[in-house]
Design a protein around this ligand. Structure first.
Ligand SMILES: [Zn+2]
Length: 198
């Protein structure tokens, strides 16, 4: 019979994406067995995350500073703005320095099914940034899912009033593909072969 503490940790872990109750229990068991080696590092890392990470008020990225390292980097091309669904996509694209511009994180995708409309995403701030006179190209780097593509079409329409080059990732992306899961080669190819929307 698991103690209350173990039960609490299991159910906390079971809420993480990709971890169901069963794998959460296995993780807890592993942590208990390896507590002397594994726990201090994990606690320290969790503590650092909760103490130091903040959301960038400009782009929505998560970093140790606000504005984030990307927004604050003067070597980044201010003319190019890449719009993604989630922070994980910024990290995926930026891991290999594939994109030299700046990012904008929507914080999700339009979904009639889940009741997520334009006001639930960081779209108003995107429109402001796109209209700041500095941005010349907006790359819509949504996932190749139905909802991702619906979101991209919606944004392309909204952005149309500004004199911008609007592109989206080439569909070397597998159908249903999520950026975060792609290898860097596929991602680089999709970005290089990006094409005008519409
Ligand atoms: Zn930022």
């Amino acid at each position: 019979m698991a103690s209350q503490e173990i039960e609490a940790l299991s159910s906390a872990l079971a809420r993480l994406p990709g971890l169901g109750p069963r794998s959460a229990r296995r993780a807890v068991l592993w942590l208990v067995k390896n507590r002397e080696q594994a726990l201090p590092a994990l606690l320290e890392a969790l503590d650092a995350v909760s103490e130091t990470l903040v959301e960038c008020q400009i782009c929505g990225n998560v970093d140790t500073s606000d504005p984030c390292g990307i927004c604050a980097d003067p070597r980044r091309d201010p003319k190019s703005l890449c719009v993604v669904e989630d922070v994980a996509d910024v990290w995926a694209l930026d891991r290999a320095r594939l994109f030299q511009g700046r990012y904008h994180v929507l914080g999700g995708k339009l979904s009639a099914l889940d009741g997520i409309g334009p006001d639930d995403l960081n779209i108003a701030s995107l429109m402001e940034r796109a209209a700041n006179g500095e941005v010349e190209e907006v790359v819509l780097a949504m996932n190749a899912t139905l909802e991702g593509q619906t979101t991209a079409h919606y944004l392309a329409e909204r952005l149309d009033e500004h004199k911008l080059r609007i592109t989206q990732l080439a569909h070397g992306l597998p159908v249903g593909g999520e950026l975060d899961y792609l290898d860097e080669g596929t991602l680089a190819q999709a970005l290089r072969a990006r094409r005008p929307v519409g």
